[in-house]
Ligand binder design. Structure first.
Ligand code: BMA
Length: 344
């Protein structure tokens, strides 16, 4: 596949009000507001969003031009927003989650799932000893009971909204560097748990080499949604082009993040029923390709299937703002299963 020619699928429609959230909308310090988890809960849409602060473009410029010796790592908190329609959001005045300890530097990239009546938030952390994914349960979106941390390196974890065969199931993306040639050749895995705390029965779901529009790594995007034909599941896919130069705040940013779509078996979610061999969303809109911290990034974290069949896909754009694109579920299912679109 010619990666230079990648295009978004015509079934996806970017929302006219994009970007839905920008740093200007946030009532506390904010450099970037992106990578969100979204659920429908008790009659409302609820979003938890990633908010980076204390590292702006100026701090990055100062570092790369030698004016400041210290690499400016961002601090991150998670904020809460609610909405009646999934488009206009009311933002809580204070952040709701922030992890900073002697060991943990930051928590980010929340993904939300309602399972067994509980709201579960999966998130990533940077720690002094590696990247770890965490799982927390909340009843009020203000208090979070952290049940589990993976060993490093692992992140991009998402939970299915039902137990399958009696067990909770998550998708995740470990980083096996040593055994994959020292490069980003990372794949998408599943694990199972009786209680959200102890995890095992892990297996490979989708390998990076099975995704024609990735030459680098893949990982889970939003938590899967159930359809009669299988678990409809988005993923992100990275392609790298070393000729790409300065783009965004860093002097060199060679990666592009696109979104893909696949269908997993209802009883055995490690089995791919079908995958669209072309990307679902490719950075193309102005807020995806320019003016951001890292341009050319689409990073979905929330997917809602409406009773009308509309699918809302929420994503971080350019690691800077929060966006929405929609499609009809039948179109997404046919992308995954019809040979015309290059299904598996
Ligand atoms: C990933 C994560 C995401 C980020 C993406 C693009 O590896 O760090 O938080 O949005 O890179 O920069």
């Amino acid at each position: 596949m010619d990666l230079k020619q990648l295009k978004s699928s015509p079934v996806m429609v970017r929302h006219a009000k994009n970007p839905l959230l920008t740093p200007k909308d946030i009532p506390f310090p904010s450099d970037n507001v992106y990578n969100v988890g979204v659920i429908k809960y008790q009659g409302k849409y609820v979003m938890i969003f990633r908010n980076d602060f204390e590292r702006g473009e100026k701090e990055m410029d100062d570092f790369y031009s030698g004016r400041s010796p210290k690499h400016p790592a961002a601090r991150i908190c998670l904020g809460l927003a609610t909405s009646a329609d999934g488009v206009a959001w009311a933002i809580e005045p204070k952040p709701v989650f922030q992890l900073e300890t002697d060991e943990i530097e930051r928590a980010y990239d929340p993904r939300l799932t309602v399972v067994d009546g509980k709201v579960v938030m999966c998130f990533a952390t940077d720690t002094k000893h590696g990247l770890r994914a965490g799982i927390a349960v909340t009843e009020d979106f203000h208090h979070f009971d952290v049940k589990h941390f993976t060993v490093p390196d692992n992140r991009n974890m998402v939970l299915f909204p039902e137990r399958i065969g009696g067990l909770y199931v998550r998708l995740e993306r470990p980083f096996p560097v040593y055994s994959r040639g020292g490069k980003d050749r990372f794949d998408l895995w599943a694990s199972r748990s009786p209680d959200l705390e102890f995890w095992g029965r892990s297996d490979l779901v989708l390998a990076v080499e099975d995704v024609p529009f990735s030459n680098d790594k893949i990982g889970p995007a939003a938590p899967p949604v159930k359809t009669a034909r299988g678990w409809l599941t988005s993923f992100h896919a990275v392609d790298r082009d070393d000729t790409r130069g300065k783009n965004g705040w860093e002097p060199k940013w060679t990666k592009r993040y696109t979104a893909g779509i696949m269908l997993l078996d209802l009883q055995n979610p490690s089995k791919v029923v079908g995958m669209c061999k072309e990307p679902l969303l490719v950075p193309e809109a102005p807020y995806e390709v320019a003016g951001g911290m890292r341009n050319n990034v689409i990073f979905p974290g929330g997917m809602i299937l409406e009773p009308t069949g509309e699918v809302k896909l929420y994503y971080g754009a350019a690691d800077t703002v929060t966006c929405l694109a929609t499609a009809h579920v039948d179109d997404l299912l046919s992308l995954c299963t019809s040979p015309r679109h290059g299904a598996k």
